[in-house]
Design a binder for this molecule. Structure first.
Ligand SMILES: [Zn+2]
Length: 245
């Protein structure tokens, strides 16, 4: 009896160790056919009544100590929800902002550690850019991220595979606000925000990285958020959709 109990205990310990280390056994049947990335909310086939008018706002490259709190405060003013694809390095520097994002009811996604171009790095680094960020986000939020978005939206097999092994879905977008570079003007951003329609996954940036213009996004968001009610659009996080998928 004692031996049986000891074996059961050992088995339990082993299972919890495996669960904690998130050691996943690769599914070889999917090795060459990874799930397709998600581009729009059409990917969620069984959208129920509550989400028929939904749009999904996403903010990349944060958390940013200047812009993320301002965007969070604006979203709260209009009771809008978003999904933040954060960088591991920035999350490590500003864990309190990641905590605030979650506390405000938004979703978190993995946007790699240092935002290297996926095609410009070696295999080992490509893998660790994804894995390291998940570990950091789990440490801060207590849960593993469910969504992965590669930098610049550039797909790389080894990163997608890593995301798949970590049970994340790769999410891109179907409507970019182009809030960077010379096209990221007040007029251009306003025009593109106005074109958002039901089912869109919208790309914006809260992180001031390279050529991003989160300052202009901040100026343009209030008018857009105010218009949601008249357009009968509702904002929802990716986490909300995963529950009905
Ligand atoms: Zn990015």
């Amino acid at each position: 009896m004692k031996v049986y109990l000891r074996i059961s205990l050992l088995r339990l310990q082993l299972m919890s160790l495996l669960a904690k280390s998130r050691l996943l056994i690769p599914d070889f049947s999917n090795w060459f056919s990874l799930p397709k990335p998600i581009y729009s909310l059409d990917a969620f086939a069984q959208i129920n009544e509550r989400y028929k008018q939904a749009i999904c706002l996403t903010f990349d490259d944060g958390p940013d100590p200047v812009y993320t709190p301002k965007i969070l405060s604006l979203l709260a003013d209009y009771n809008a929800k978003a999904t933040f694809f954060v960088m591991g390095a920035a999350a490590e520097q500003h864990p309190e902002l990641v905590e605030q994002i979650v506390k405000d009811g938004h979703a978190i996604g993995n946007h790699t550690y240092a935002h290297h171009h996926p095609w410009m790095i070696n295999t080992a680094l490509a893998k660790s850019e994804v894995a390291r960020t998940s570990t950091i986000l789990e440490r801060i939020t207590g849960t593993v991220p469910r969504w992965f978005r590669p930098p610049f939206g550039r797909l790389r097999g080894v990163m997608r595979k890593q995301a798949y092994l970590e049970k994340m879905e790769t999410v891109l977008w179907n409507h970019s606000i182009i809030d960077w570079g010379p096209l990221g003007t007040h007029a251009g951003i306003t025009q593109r925000l106005d074109k958002i329609k039901t089912g869109d996954i919208v790309l914006m940036h809260d992180g001031k990285r390279e050529h991003n213009h989160p300052d202009i996004i901040l100026q343009c968001l209030p008018v857009f958020l105010r218009s949601l009610h008249d357009k009968s659009l509702v904002t929802a996080t990716l986490d909300e959709f995963s529950q009905i998928k």
